[in-house]
Write a protein that binds this ligand. Structure first.
Ligand code: ZN
Ligand code: ZN
Length: 253
């Protein structure tokens, strides 16, 4: 077994708030430069650029998990990550069906660029991606699980769109794989303050919107062969699998 570095929260230029430097080729180049073993592509409410990033990563030793960062009806952000493109597309379709269509004025919010496998822009997403979907947190978690994916509430301690910031607590029995914390946090203090039991794994990731941000925070996964199942095992601490947060203060110091 060995350590693998994963960044589970990376946007592309499909997200209206992401930089134009986040084209699929640029994302893959940035991930390779910082030595990541895997990234998850998690644009707001859409998995439309996952395939293009997977294509760019194919010649390289980089795993790309397709996913999306869903905004629930409570305005909580949840990373929904899958092992297959079909699963991610299925989730993306279900979420997309509940989104508002963009009016022309919405363009001021930012472009939502769709890329093909040759890194060319082939269109723009018409749904408004920076908005709440029609599904509740519980529904999003259930839908992700039904499709075989993992769900991870994102940047939980942030005031806006974070699970703790919005709801103030982690609902009991919420069947998520892990919780994502942002940088600069003492994880022990966070667990104590919000009564987060040791049975729920904490991960960290970059929430990269620009190339220079890819991998600025990441999670180490100790396993034999890196895949989504071994990540799940590491979250549970099964069979010697384990996690380490890289770029976030752990423990009391
Ligand atoms: Zn977010
Ligand atoms: Zn994000």
């Amino acid at each position: 077994m060995k350590w693998h570095l994963v960044d589970l929260h990376v946007h592309t230029a499909l997200s209206p708030c992401a930089g134009a430097d986040m084209d699929p080729h640029g994302v893959v180049t940035a991930a390779l430069e910082v030595g990541l073993d895997a990234i998850a592509i998690t644009d707001h409410n859409s998995a439309l650029n996952c395939e293009a990033v997977m294509c760019q990563a194919e010649p390289f030793d980089l795993i790309v998990w397709p996913g999306l960062e869903v905004e629930t009806s409570e305005e909580v952000h949840v990373l929904c990550i899958f092992s297959s493109l079909e699963q991610a597309k299925d989730m993306s379709q279900q979420i997309g069906d509940t989104l508002l269509r963009r009016r022309s004025m919405a363009r001021v919010l930012g472009e939502q660029l769709i890329y093909d496998c040759t890194n060319r822009v082939v269109g723009e997403e018409d749904n408004m991606l920076s908005t709440a979907s029609g599904y509740s947190l519980e529904q999003v978690v259930d839908m992700t699980r039904a499709l075989g994916g993992v769900s991870i509430p994102a940047h939980i301690e942030r005031e806006s769109f974070g699970l703790l910031g919005v709801l103030g607590f982690v609902p009991e029995g919420l069947g998520v794989t892990a919780l994502e914390v942002s940088g600069g946090r003492n994880t022990d203090a966070l667990r104590r303050m919000h009564a987060i039991g040791e049975s729920i794994a904490l991960v960290t990731s970059s929430d990269a919107h620009h190339r220079s941000e890819v991998g600025r925070q990441k999670t180490g996964v100790y396993c034999q062969r890196l895949d989504l199942e071994s990540f799940r095992k590491a979250c549970r601490g099964d069979d010697g699998h384990r996690l380490a947060l890289v770029g976030v203060r752990e423990g009391r110091n």
